[in-house]
Write a protein that binds this ligand. Structure first.
Ligand SMILES: *Cc1c(COP(=O)(O)O)cnc(C)c1O
Length: 355
C-alpha cells in the first residue's frame, strides 16, 4: 500500500512549546498518519497529512460501544542527535492482539511501521532535546461506521498522532505513594484487561480520582474475584524485590502484557537475578515488609519507564517501603533502559531502531 504524504504549508507549521513545561499529551506535532478500513475494501487511503480534526458521525460506533484500541511508545533523541524507537513492532503486534479481542480488523504491521517511521522523520524537529523529554507516539483505531446496533463495525479509522512530552521525573527519580483499592476492580480473566482498549481506562478513572483526593498518585489493583492477588498499578505493571527474588504477577488474562515489563524481565534474568512470574497477595507483600525482607517495589511502563513505590495504603494502614527511598535495582533498571532507549549504550537485544 502506498503512503501518500501531504506536508503542511511552511507558514502553517505550529510554534513549538517550551520544552521545559511540556506536561503529557497537551501538544500535538504538525502531522498525523491516517488510514481507513472498509469491510469491502480492506485498509486503504493511507496518508500522512497535517494534524486536523476528523469528521465523524454522531452515530459512529466507537462513541457508543467502545470499539477503540490504542498503543503508546516513544521516540528518543540520542546525544548523537539521531532519533530512536524502542521495540516499535512489539507495540504494533500487541495492537493486533487488541484488535482481535475487540473484533476489529488487524492492521498491516509493515505498512504501519513504515508510516510511523516516515511520520516521526517528518516531524523530527518535534522530538525534544531536553533531558528526559521524548516524543510520545499514539497509534489508535476506532470504529467509525454510523449505526446503533451492537455488533462489529464495518468501517474503522486507524491513526497515529505524536506529542512531545516532558521528563516524567522533573524533580528527580523519586518514589510515589500508592493506594491499594479493595473497593474497585480493573479487570477479570475472560474480560478485556489484557488488551489496550479505551473502556479499561474509563473504568479506572473513579478509583484514580478517589486515590488522588487522598494524596496518592496511583491505584494498585487487586484481582477481581478474591481481591487479594496483586495485578497492576495504575497503567503500569508491578514488581517486588523480596529476599533478593524479583517477583511480578503472571500474565493470566487480566493484566496488560507490558513491553517494559518484558524488558525488565529480560534484563534482570541476564544480570543473574532470581526472577519469578508468580501470584503474590497484598498480605504477602505487607508481611514481607513487616519482616524487613521487602526490599523494593516499582512499576514499569512506557511513560515512566520505572516508577519506584515509597508508600502503600491498604485498608487505612500506611506502609513505608524501603524507608520511602528509591531502591538500587529500580535505579539501575531506569538508568540501563534509558541508556538503551537513547542509543547511549549498545543494545544487545535488537530493541532499538533508528528512524
Ligand atoms: C500500557 C499499559 C501498561 C504498560 O505497558 P508498556 O508496554 O510497558 O508501556 C501496563 N498496564 C496497563 C493497564 C497499560 O495500559
Amino acid at each position: 500500500m502506498d503512503i501518500r504524504v501531504v506536508k503542511s504549508a511552511p507558514d502553517l507549521l505550529k510554534e513549538k512549546p517550551d520544552e521545559n513545561s511540556l506536561g503529557f499529551g497537551q501538544h500535538m506535532a504538525d502531522h498525523m498518519f491516517v488510514m481507513l478500513y472498509d469491510e469491502s475494501m480492506g485498509w486503504h487511503d493511507a496518508v500522512i497529512k497535517p494534524y486536523e480534526n476528523f469528521s465523524l458521525a454522531p452515530a459512529a460506533m466507537a462513541l457508543h460501544y467502545g470499539q477503540a484500541i490504542f498503543e503508546g511508545l516513544k521516540a528518543y533523541r540520542g546525544t548523537d542527535d539521531k532519533i530512536y524507537l524502542f521495540r516499535p513492532t512489539d507495540n504494533l503486534k500487541r495492537m493486533n492482539d487488541s484488535a482481535a479481542r475487540m473484533c476489529m480488523p488487524e492492521i498491516p504491521v509493515d505498512v504501519v511501521y513504515s508510516a510511523m517511521k516516515k511520520l516521526v522523520a517528518l516531524d523530527k524537529s518535534w522530538v525534544p532535546r531536553a533531558e528526559g523529554a521524548t516524543l510520545y507516539i499514539r497509534p489508535t483505531m476506532i470504529a467509525s461506521e454510523a449505526g446503533l446496533g451492537v455488533r462489529p463495525a464495518k468501517q474503522y479509522i486507524f491513526f497515529i498522532i505524536n506529542c512531545p512530552v516532558g521528563a516524567y521525573y522533573p524533580e528527580g527519580f523519586n518514589p510515589v505513594k500508592i493506594f491499594v483499592t479493595d473497593k474497585y476492580v480493573r479487570a477479570v480473566a475472560g474480560g478485556v484487561g489484557n488488551v489496550k482498549t479505551a473502556g479499561n481506562y474509563a473504568a479506572s478513572i473513579m478509583a484514580a480520582v478517589e486515590a488522588q483526593n487522598q494524596g496518592y498518585t496511583q491505584v494498585l489493583w487487586l484481582d477481581a474475584i478474591e481481591r487479594k492477588y496483586i495485578e497492576e498499578v495504575g497503567t503500569m505493571n508491578i514488581f517486588f524485590l523480596i529476599d533478593d527474588e524479583l517477583i511480578t504477577p503472571p500474565l493470566t488474562g487480566s493484566i496488560l502484557p507490558g513491553i517494559t515489563r518484558d524488558s525488565v524481565l529480560r534484563l534482570t534474568k541476564d544480570w543473574g537475578l532470581k526472577v519469578s512470574e508468580r501470584k503474590i497477595t497484598i498480605d504477602d507483600v505487607l508481611a514481607a515488609n513487616e519482616k524487613g525482607s521487602l526490599q523494593e517495589i516499582f512499576g514499569t511502563g512506557t511513560a515512566a519507564v520505572i516508577s519506584p513505590v515509597g508508600e502503600l495504603n491498604y485498608k487505612g494502614q500506611v506502609c513505608t517501603i524501603n524507608k520511602g527511598n528509591t531502591g538500587a535495582l529500580a535505579r539501575k533498571l531506569f538508568t540501563e533502559l534509558q541508556a538503551i532507549q537513547n542509543g547511549h549504550k549498545k543494545d544487545p537485544y535488537g530493541w532499538v531502531v533508528e528512524v
